[in-house]
Ligand binder design. Structure first.
Ligand SMILES: Nc1nc2c(ncn2[C@@H]2O[C@H](COP(=O)(O)OP(=O)(O)O)[C@@H](O)[C@H]2O)c(=O)[nH]1
Ligand SMILES: [Mg+2]
Length: 284
């Protein structure tokens, strides 16, 4: 796989979204399994992703990882740490890892995330893992990008209550209680289960997987749960609904980028003229 070209394409998407889009339009895309890994900072997402890569590689699957950073420009430290930890995979031909800033109006995920996912699909990855940071309202955006959302929780963080409020619990397809080597993990499992009991019943009941990412305990089970959910999506036809939902959001992002571009170019122009240009572009 030509990772340099993929890397260049992603840079193009991030720096010149319109050109990036043009390039993507002429490329064939694979039906990759797209998985979002979300949860609070420190829950163990990166460590888990690292382990998941190993499991998927063992199964012969190629894995593309997108790590979305917190928007604060001063949070580069954690990211560098992640990179070092993930470094051992860089030489593996079936693995590609790239991080992106979480800037953009939509908060939790970058505006160009949809196109970046397309770039990964164009390069034919079997699995695309997207790590997003945060536990705020904007985190629910990941549900539009990913087909399967994995919510990583850890004991003692008190995250559950806040996430419940932010609606993140509802978008989780798989729950992970990571740091199950620590006190309070069983209690956390019980509280998630209690929460699931009272929530609206769906065909898919989100499993709760206990892991210790640092040692790898439970990670195979997590990979299995993710694949099981993917099978469920296909068998139930739900995958098509998710695709449509995602494409709608994707179109929104692309058009917003286009409009923003026109506005950025409209230095010195009057309001009416800017609107005319936007409308002209929309008709084109
Ligand atoms: N005890 C314990 N520590 C863990 C476990 N998973 C991750 N950690 C540690 O928790 C810290 C945060 O992990 P990281 O993967 O960077 O979390 P992220 O911010 O969610 O990506 C690191 O110091 C990890 O070594 C676990 O299962 N048990
Ligand atoms: Mg991380």
């Amino acid at each position: 796989m030509d990772y340099r070209r993929l890397s260049k394409l992603i840079t193009l998407i991030e720096t010149d979204p319109l050109k990036g889009r043009k390039e993507l339009e002429n490329m064939e895309k694979k039906d990759s399994m797209i998985v979002g890994i979300t949860g609070s900072p420190g829950a163990g997402k990166s460590t888990l992703v690292d382990r998941l890569i190993e499991v998927f590689r063992t199964e012969g699957k190629s894995v593309g990882v997108i790590a979305v950073d917190p928007s604060s420009p001063f949070s580069g430290g954690a990211f560098l740490g992640d990179r070092i930890r993930m470094k051992k995979h860089f030489t593996d031909d079936g693995v590609f890892i790239r991080s992106m800033a979480s800037r953009g109006s939509l908060g939790g995920v970058n505006d160009s995330i949809f196109d970046v996912v397309e770039a990964y699909r164009a390069y034919g990855f079997d699995v695309v893992l997207i790590e997003t940071v945060g536990a705020g309202q904007t985190e629910v955006e990941i549900a539009y990008v990913a087909q399967t959302v994995v919510l990583v929780l850890s004991p003692g963080s008190g995250d559950e209550v806040q996430m419940l409020k932010a609606g993140i619990m509802e978008i989780a397809d798989v729950f992970v209680v990571n740091k199950s080597d620590q006190l309070g993990a069983d209690a956390l499992v019980l509280s998630i289960r209690a929460m699931l009991e009272i929530s609206e019943k769906k065909d898919w009941i989100p499993p709760i997987v206990q892991t210790v990412a640092t040692t790898g305990i439970g990670v195979k089970e997590l990979a299995d749960a993710i694949e099981k959910h993917h099978d469920y999506l296909i068998k139930s036809g739900e995958i098509e609904k998710r695709r449509l939902r995602s494409e709608k959001k994707h179109a929104e992002h692309v058009m917003m980028n286009e409009i923003r571009e026109i506005i950025n170019r409209s230095e010195g122009k009057r309001f009416e003229e800017i609107l005319r240009e936007i409308r002209k572009s929309l008709c084109g």
